[in-house]
Design a protein around this ligand. Structure first.
Ligand code: SF4
Length: 276
């Protein structure tokens, strides 16, 4: 641990503040786009962009590239950098994403690529960055095995089959692979873990849908069908369900639990960024 990292570790331990969200995975986030074509109903980044008047609920799905970010020469940072954390990598932004990712990797950084993966995007990244294989960890977001569930909550993102194919592609090409099942979107989670586990080299993170009704409201989604499904999802993710799920999956060494679940099953929540 170098001096800067030790200082950060010391300060965090002293404050005792529990980490959550992206801080459970990475010490820093990197982004170069405002907006996201996937337009997930529960999106935290959309909520923040609307709250701070950078975007509206209707133009969120337009991806505005910040060209200045493409010119940034990154320093080497100790620990994983999560890219992206407030948008995604879609075929629309792929060309720019390759430039941005190259800048991050050239500086010796370790990059946690978190995405709802498109086949075109993953093939291109795997082929272009084969030499940086050990510096990349893919974390594919998959909250259900059911295409109708994914289509409902994440209308423009790839379906389950495409995401699973991306996982197999990255795994078969020797990359580090992991899954973010956060938010869980229905009760297909055991099946999801069973289907995907053989292609995971690292971890499957499971987490609840946080602040769902507040996010839907800020994101301008107030139709009866969505509110009804949101309330059913909140009911499904009761403490009782979470405890049963924990008992069923905790023997799988690849399964890790996000802060929202640790609190329910009385696991210690980390106070240090990016080392859980
Ligand atoms: S993929 Fe991520 S950033 Fe894009 S809309 Fe969905 S939750 Fe938001």
């Amino acid at each position: 641990m170098d001096n800067a990292l030790f200082f950060d570790y010391f300060c965090t331990m002293k404050s005792g503040k529990q980490v959550f969200g992206t801080e459970e995975w990475a010490v820093k986030n990197a982004n170069f786009i405002s907006g996201c074509f996937h337009n997930c109903k529960y999106c935290y980044s959309k909520e923040m962009a609307i709250r701070f008047k950078r975007k509206t609920s209707t133009n969120w799905e337009i991806e505005d590239v910040d060209n200045r970010q493409l010119l940034v020469k990154w320093k080497k940072i100790d620990g994983w950098i999560m890219f992206p954390s407030s948008h995604d990598i879609t075929p629309l932004s792929l060309e720019h994403a390759i430039v941005f990712l190259n800048n991050l990797l050239e500086s010796g950084n370790k990059i946690l690529i978190v995405t709802k993966p498109h086949r075109l995007v993953i093939e291109e990244i795997c082929n272009k960055f084969q030499a940086y294989q050990r510096s990349i960890m893919f974390r594919f977001t998959i909250g259900s095995t059911r295409n109708d569930t994914l289509k409902f909550w994440e209308p423009n993102a790839p379906n389950f089959d495409e995401r699973r194919d991306c996982l197999l592609y990255a795994f078969n090409h020797g990359f580090n692979t992991s899954i973010s099942c956060e938010p869980m979107l229905d009760n297909s989670i055991e099946e999801l873990v069973s289907i995907l586990s053989p292609y995971i080299t690292d971890s499957i993170w499971i987490g609840k849908a946080n602040f769902l009704l507040r996010r839907l409201k800020m994101n301008g989604i107030d139709d009866a069908e969505t509110l009804n499904k949101a309330n059913l999802l909140i009911l499904l993710q009761s403490d009782e369900y979470i405890k049963v799920l924990y008992e069923k999956l905790n023997s799988n060494s690849k399964v890790k639990w996000k802060e929202s679940i640790k609190k329910v099953v009385n696991l210690k929540v980390s106070t240090v960024k990016g080392i859980d």
